[in-house]
Ligand binder design. Structure first.
Ligand code: 2M8
Length: 452
């Protein structure tokens, strides 16, 4: 374990620019929002200053309306498309004037990361100072999500682009994207194809990619005005993973407010709303929850007015929220342990959860979010299992992740059938979350994740 930990620290060291940690060389040469949160959680075990610097760098790019953008660009880096110029964020009066960012957001892991930076810090006074500075930023971001991304006031969050989910080309988006006609696209050149040295079966297809770009073009036409976009955007989805993280993050933000002596009331309101509506929005038939795989948590498409019942890892992320009853958690764990998801007697390399049910026609063993195993989603499920006391199941996933990185390196994602490492090499969040899985004290984790 010591060697694994030291190797992971080295990866973060190599990807550190002096201000932030890039996800991986060449493929992702900028700062990504939720990546930096996962990275700070890892760094909180070894270097508080670095973790703080990373998050402050991200917060400096926050938009006036509170949105924390998915990408903060390094204008010198040229190996990633779409570039800062492509986004034309100056169309929005909310965008920062002197920084290049994307015009969309990503799952709000930030309050969770800030809490752990404090919790794992030796110098608590310094960490508390950081929390005081971070708190208004975090609250503004959560308020942005609770208003612009939830005009329904439901406590569930709407995404306007597949990239906002963090799971770019998940089969979840196939139906909604199939209804969109990507016309009048500007000329552009994909650079991810070059970065993966032509391994085109590991990244999204051109057809998907064109739709990603088309939706950015549409955001630009709306000058990134959420109210206008909300009225007629063709991609508008209440997302399970995003909302689950929002709920957990609100609990951590409430705890941060308590630590620094601020009023936690607003977070309480957001938490109650999610508790009230989570099942209503994400389960078709609540009485039958978990009886079959057809009745788990599924995203809701606000345009088609239908649940998206594709079997993916997203359906399991609610275990991370703790808002389920013990009985419902049992029903969910039954599917988490199912062989289709690499559980008992599965035909997978190790018992970790792949991004898609391995028995579905849309499963692909090596293509990005269409099948491979990702460490961040496994980390959330690991914590969720611990929260509900499924220690054996949690440990199986933790050991599975260790086995993957030991045998195949700190890769971006892994083939569930063979364990082969895929995508970026020396991937930062894989390394930082492995560090966290090594360092965390199980009992304390159950307290932090369970009581908050
Ligand atoms: C992937 O997303 C970016 C777009 O934001 C891309 O495909 O270029 C996703 O895996 C996302 O979750 C991640 O944050 C990002 C950087 O690691 O890469």
């Amino acid at each position: 374990m010591d060697k694994l930990f030291a190797d992971a620290v080295q990866v973060l060291e190599r990807n550190w620019t002096g201000n932030l940690t890039i996800p991986a060389k060449t493929l992702y040469p900028h700062q990504w929002s939720w990546d930096s949160c996962f990275i700070s959680i890892g760094n909180s075990h070894v270097d508080t200053d670095r973790a703080i610097k990373e998050l402050e760098c991200l917060f400096a790019a926050q938009w006036k309306n509170g949105m924390i953008p998915s990408i903060v660009f390094d204008k010198k880096a040229k190996t990633y498309f779409p570039s800062a110029d492509f986004y034309e964020i100056e169309r929005s009066e909310n965008a920062p004037k002197d920084l290049g960012t994307s015009g969309m957001t990503q799952p709000p892991m930030h309050a969770i990361a800030c809490y752990y930076v404090y919790k794992n810090a030796q110098d608590k006074a310094k960490a508390a100072e950081f929390l005081k500075k971070a708190y208004p930023r975090l609250k503004k971001f959560h308020r942005y999500l609770a208003t612009y991304r939830d005009p329904e006031g439901s406590g569930t969050i709407t995404i306007l682009h597949p990239w906002e989910s963090g799971m770019d080309n998940s089969p979840l988006w196939d139906e909604p994207l199939s209804k969109i006609d990507a016309k009048d696209l500007p000329e552009f050149e994909r650079l991810d194809t070059k970065a993966v040295n032509g391994a085109s079966d590991t990244i999204p297809k051109d057809e998907e990619y064109n739709k990603f770009i088309y939706l950015i073009e549409l955001m630009k036409k709306h000058n990134y005005d959420e109210r206008k976009m909300y009225a007629n955007f063709p991609f508008k989805i209440k997302d399970v993973l995003f909302t689950s993280i929002f709920y957990v993050a609100n609990k951590f933000l409430r705890e941060i407010a308590n630590i620094i002596g601020e009023d936690p009331k607003e977070m309480g309101t957001w938490i109650s709303k999610t508790e009230k509506n989570f099942y209503k929005y994400f389960i078709k038939d609540q009485k039958e929850f978990g009886v079959s795989e057809e009745n788990l948590f599924y995203d809701y498409d606000l345009v088609q007015r239908e649940w998206i019942r594709k079997k993916t890892v997203a359906s399991f992320i609610p275990i991370y929220t703790g808002l389920m009853t013990k009985e419902d958690s049992q029903n969910l764990v039954k599917w988490i342990r199912h062989s289709h998801f690499c559980g008992n007697d599965g035909f997978c390399h190790v018992p970790t959860i792949p991004s898609t049910d391995t028995n579905e026609p849309y499963f692909h063993k090596s293509n990005y979010w269409r099948g491979p195993i990702w460490v961040n989603t496994n980390w959330m499920i690991w914590l969720g299992l611990l929260k509900y006391g499924y220690e054996e199941e949690a440990e199986a996933i933790r050991s599975g992740v260790f086995e993957l990185v030991k045998s195949h390196g700190f890769r971006e994602y892994y083939n569930p059938k063979t364990g082969e490492g895929l995508g970026g090499k020396d991937f930062s969040w894989t390394s930082s979350l492995v560090m966290d899985m090594i360092k965390r004290n199980r009992k304390e984790t159950q307290m932090d994740e369970g009581i908050l």
